[in-house]
Design a protein around this ligand. Sequence first.
Ligand code: SAH
Ligand code: SF4
Ligand code: F3S
Length: 444
Amino acid sequence: MTAPKKLHIKTYGCQMNVYDSERMAETLTAGRDGPAYEMTDRPEEADLILLNTCHIREKAAEKVYSDLGRLRPLRDANPDLKIGVAGCVAQAEGAEIMARQPMVDLVVGPQTYHRLPAMMQKVAAGEKALDTDMPEEDKFDHLPRLRTPTARPTAFLTVQEGCDKFCAFCVVPYTRGAEVSRPVDRLLSEARDLVARGVAEITLLGQNVNGYHGTGPDGRVWSLADLIWALDGIDGLERIRFTTSHPNDMTDDLIEAHGTCAKLMPYLHLPVQSGSDRILKAMNRKHTAAEYVAIIDRLRAVRPDMALSGDFIVGFPGETEADFEATMDLVRRVHYAAAYSFRYSARPGTPAAEKEDVPLAVAVDRLHRLQALITEQQHATQAAMVGRETTVLFEKAGRKPGQLIGKSEYLQAVHADASVDLLGVVAKVRIIEAKTNSLEAVLI
Ligand code: SAH
Ligand code: SF4
Ligand code: F3S
C-alpha cells in the first residue's frame, strides 16, 4: 500500500477563510473522487500545498507571491509537489497567478472549492486546473455533511457569504460575490453536529452576517436574530457570537436579542471605518457617524456591559485633518474594547482606486495617533476587569503547568489555575490581574 498523500493548508485573511480552509481539508481528506489526503502542519512533507489567500489590502495580496517564491526549494526537492492558490486572490487574479508564478498548478475561488477533488485529478494528470466560477449551485450542498471533530470547544459556522454593499474601497463584493444566506435547517444541523462533538461556542460568520436572511423550515425568511434564538435552544451550546456586522443591518430584533438572549455574548464587532460624514459618504457606507453612535447607545441601553470593537481606515482619498479628528472623536465617544485600524490601500477595480491618495507620511502619522488612542482604550478596558466576576470558556492548556486558557464573555484571553476537566467548560471566575493582552483569574 502506498502512503497517503499529505496536504498542507496555509490560511490568510479573515475568519471566513479559516472556515473555508477547514472545509477544503474536509473535502480532500474525505477521499471522494480522489485520494484521501492526510493533513500535515509541515509544508516540507506535503504532496499538496494550498494557500488560502486574502486580497483585502495590497500587502496581504503581495504576501502570497513572496510565500509562493519561498516554496520553490520544496518544489525543487520534490517535483511531484502540487501547489494551489485558493481564496480571494485566486478569485481576483485567476490565471494571472499562473502567469506570474508558473509553479502554481491550481487556482480555485471561494465559491468553487467543493470541486477540488475533481480539479486534483486534472492536476495529478499533469494539467493545470483553474476554477473561479460563481456557480448557481451551493457549494455547501456538495461538501461533506459532517464536520471533522476539532480539538477546540469553539467553532466557526459560515451562515452568510458575499457582499452587496460595495463600499468604495473594498474588494469583497468582487472576490466573494453577491450576498447569499444558507438555509436555516442546514445551519441548525451543522450546529447540532458541532455541539455533539464537544463544541460549546459557535461564532456565526458572514461578510455581512447581520444581513442574514435565510429560508427557515417554515418557508419564511429568517433574520439573524431568528437564527440566534433557534441556536439558543440547542442543549450543550453555551455561547453564541457573530461577526462581521454592518451598521445598516443592525435590526431592532438583533439589538433586542443582545438584551434578552443569555447565550449571546456581550461583544460586538461593528466596523464604522471613519467618523467623518463626508468620508463615510465618499466610502459609500450609506450611514452617518451619528447613526452609528445611536446604534451603540441602543446596544448599551439593553446590555450595559456590551464590549465593542470596530475597524477603521485612515488616509482614505480626500481625508482632511478635520475628517480624521472626527474619527478620533467618534472613538473617544464609543470607547472600544478593541479595534483594528488600517492605512487605506488602493485596490484595483474599486471606485476609490481612481482617486488621489493622501500623502503617505500623513496617513502613517494619523494611523499612529489612532492606534495610540485605541491602545489606551484597550488598556483601560482590561484594567476595568480587575475585581469583576465573569465566565470563561476554557479552550486549551496554558503555558504554565496547571493553567488553562480561555476567553471571557468579552472575548478577552483569560488564564487561570484549573484542572484539565474544565477544558471545554464555561466556568465562573474572578479577574485578579490585567495585562495588555490577557487577564489573570481565579475560579469561584
Ligand atoms: N465586511 C466587513 C469587513 C470587511 S474587510 C465590513 O463591512 O466591515 C475587514 C476590514 O478591512 C474592513 O472593515 C476595513 O476596515 C478594512 N479594509 C477593507 N478594504 C480596505 C482597503 N482597501 N484598505 C484598507 N483597509 C481596508
Ligand atoms: Fe467590504 Fe463594505 Fe462589504 Fe464590508 S460592507 S465587505 S467593507 S464592501
Ligand atoms: Fe480577505 Fe477575502 Fe476575507 S479578501 S478579508 S479573505 S473575504
